[in-house]
Design a protein around this ligand. Structure first.
Ligand code: NAG
Ligand code: NAG
Ligand code: NAG
Length: 333
């Protein structure tokens, strides 16, 4: 009886394997152990199928890159066994609202704006963080912008608590791991008269009750400024203010598996925004022309994703992926 059962199971596995392309077997096992995936038998089959489809898409794109069709490459990463629909549900937590409530950014006049800026070099930016399986991008975008403004004011860079924002800013309209807006986070910090440090209120990647402690507050804001929906205005803000919180369309599989280069996705929307990130600078590759310009964007998917956690996004190409559509920053005293 036992022998028979064993034989049936072995046959079952033996039959299941040829469904997949065996040239990928070793990579699949390596990927699974690297990302600590443990599946049930049925789930493993279809996860492998999803992963293999993604592998093929990545290979195809990178082949086209070699032929000069794209300016960026893709790579397999932690999102490898997710369909694009699952990926969107898990990581994109920005709830776009057309109506904006901040003070409007007053563009500085008569100012010579530099052709490239990188606030990382000036000490304004903390190491890349990882939101995990929680739609809290908005909290990371907001904390990143305030970290920069606090550094500008005090000369000290202190990592700020996203969990504080997730747990405590529901009254302002945020929904924790189900999404939110950077401007609501800035409003909460103003109302709350402070935000705790990352160290005192660490990240948990899940919703919880508010555990804010005023004695651990290391940052504050007095409100926020919304930037006009033009890349020229965003450029002036980045050049004169520091890192800016922005929203974007990050829904495409080209973004899911972005590796390096200037991201340009023909299907990217400048209106349907689903992800909050942080613009920390801009620049250009080679000669300064529209095709070579990029925004330097800090993401919150850990340092393994993209260019050590960053992505370069096409600049001055019709507000690509909507970076200029909902840009803002907190004001500090
Ligand atoms: C398996 O994948 C490799 C690499 O993409 C490809 O060259 C080969 O044609 C595939 N084999 C089958 C049977 O699909
Ligand atoms: C933040 O600003 C408010 C209003 O000026 C002030 O009452 C509060 O003490 C400040 N909080 C911190 C942590 O400095
Ligand atoms: C753009 O979207 C269309 C329709 O959803 C799809 O068929 C096409 O493959 C997409 N193009 C790219 C480059 O992703």
């Amino acid at each position: 009886m036992n022998l028979l059962l064993l034989a049936t199971l072995c046959l079952g596995t033996a039959l299941a394997i040829p469904k997949f392309n065996q040239t990928f077997d070793a990579q699949w096992h390596h990927w699974k152990s690297k990302h600590r995936r443990l599946y049930g038998t049925n789930e493993e089959e279809w996860r492998r199928a999803v992963w293999e489809k993604n592998m093929k898409m990545i290979e195809l794109h990178n082949g086209e890159y070699s032929n000069g069709k794209h300016g960026f490459t893709l790579e397999m990463n932690a999102f490898g066994d997710m369909t694009n629909e699952e990926f969107r549900q898990v990581v994109n937590g920005y709830k776009h609202q057309r109506h904006r409530k901040g003070k409007m950014f007053q563009e500085p006049l008569m100012l010579k704006i530099p052709k490239s800026v990188d606030w990382r070099e000036k000490g304004y930016v903390t190491p890349v963080k990882n939101q995990g399986q929680c739609g809290s991008c908005w909290a990371f975008s907001a904390s990143g912008a305030l970290e920069g403004q606090m550094f500008r004011n005090t000369g000290v860079l202190i990592s700020l608590s996203e969990q504080n924002l997730i747990d405590c800013s529901r009254a302002e309209g945020n929904q924790g791991c189900n999404g939110g807006l950077m401007d609501y986070a800035f409003q909460y910090i103003k109302n709350n008269k402070g935000l705790d440090s990352e160290e005192s209120y660490p990240y948990e990647a899940k919703d919880g009750t508010c555990k804010y402690r005023a004695e651990f507050a290391v940052a504050n804001d007095t409100g926020f400024v919304d930037i006009p929906q033009l890349e020229k205005a965003l450029m002036k803000a980045v050049a004169t203010v520091g890192p800016i919180a922005v929203a974007m369309d990050a829904s495409h599989s080209s973004f899911q598996f972005y590796s390096k280069g200037i991201y340009f996705e023909p299907n990217c929307s400048s209106k349907d925004l689903d992800h909050g990130v942080l613009v920390v600078g801009y620049g250009y590759e080679g000669t300064d022309s529209n095709k070579n310009r990029y925004w330097i964007v800090k993401n919150s998917w850990g340092p393994e994703w993209g260019m050590e956690g960053y992505v370069l996004i096409a600049k001055d190409r019709d507000n690509h992926c909507g970076l200029a559509t909902a840009a803002s920053y907190p004001t500090v005293n």
